[in-house]
Ligand binder design. Structure first.
Ligand code: GLN
Length: 191
C-alpha cells in the first residue's frame, strides 16, 4: 500500500485524503518534514497558492519539498497545487515562490478573468471516458517545456499535464467523486 502524503498547511486536504483512502492508499496529512520523509508520493491540493507557499516557507517545508520533488518523488498538484509545481508563474503575487520541477508556465486565475468557476466534461489521455472537471479560479498552462505531455485541454489551453513523475491538473478531481485521475497518479507511484 503506497504511503501518499497530502500537503496540509492549507487547501482542500480532506477531499484528497478521502479519495486516496478509497483507492486503498495509506493517505495522511503532511505538515512537517518528518511526515514528508515518509511519503512514497505527495499530493498538493487546491487552495491558495500564495498562502501555501508562504506557510511552507514558515514551517520549513519549502526546501524539503523542493528536494523531494526534484529527487523524483511522484507528485500530483491540483489547481493551486499545479501552480506550486510550476517552474514559472504569470499573474503571481509579488515574490510568489513555488516548489517547481514542472517545466511549464502557468497563468494564475486565468479563466477567472472571464468566469470565476465552471465545469466541463473533458477528454483526458489515459482515460476511456471523459472526466467531469470542476474549475475554481483555476490556472491554465500557458507554455510547456519539451518533456511535458499535455493530457487535457479546456478552451484551447492545457489543463492537465504530465512530466515523468509529476502530474498536474488545473481542475479539482478530488471534488468530482471520480477516483480515476488519482488512480493514474497511484499507478505513477507504483510504476
Ligand atoms: N486561484 C488560486 C491560486 O492562485 C487557485 C484556486 C484553487 O486552487 N481552486 O492559488
Amino acid at each position: 500500500m503506497p504511503a501518499i502524503g497530502v500537503f496540509a498547511l492549507q487547501g482542500d486536504v480532506r477531499e484528497h485524503l478521502a479519495t486516496l483512502t478509497a483507492l486503498g492508499a495509506d493517505a495522511f496529512p503532511v505538515r512537517r518534514p518528518e511526515e514528508l520523509a515518509r511519503c512514497d508520493g505527495l499530493v498538493l491540493p487546491g487552495g491558495e497558492s500564495t498562502t501555501m507557499a508562504k506557510l511552507a516557507r514558515t514551517f520549513d517545508l519549502l526546501e524539503p519539498l523542493r528536494e523531494r520533488v526534484s529527487g523524483g518523488m511522484p507528485t500530483f498538484g491540483t489547481c493551486a497545487g499545479m501552480i506550486l509545481l510550476a517552474d514559472r508563474i504569470l499573474d503571481g503575487a509579488a515574490g510568489q515562490e513555488t516548489i517547481g520541477g514542472l517545466d511549464v508556465t502557468v497563468r494564475r486565475n486565468a479563466f477567472g478573468r472571464q468566469v470565476d468557476s465552471f465545469e466541463a466534461d473533458l477528454e483526458l489521455t489515459g482515460l476511456d471516458e471523459p472526466v467531469h472537471a470542476v474549475f475554481i479560479r483555476a490556472p491554465w498552462v500557458e507554455e510547456v517545456g519539451a518533456g511535458v505531455e499535455v493530457l487535457a485541454e479546456a478552451e484551447g489551453h492545457p489543463v492537465a499535464v504530465r512530466q515523468g513523475h509529476l502530474l498536474a491538473t488545473s481542475f479539482h478531481p478530488e471534488v468530482a467523486d471520480d477516483g480515476r485521475i488519482h488512480r493514474l497518479f497511484l499507478d505513477l507511484v507504483q510504476g
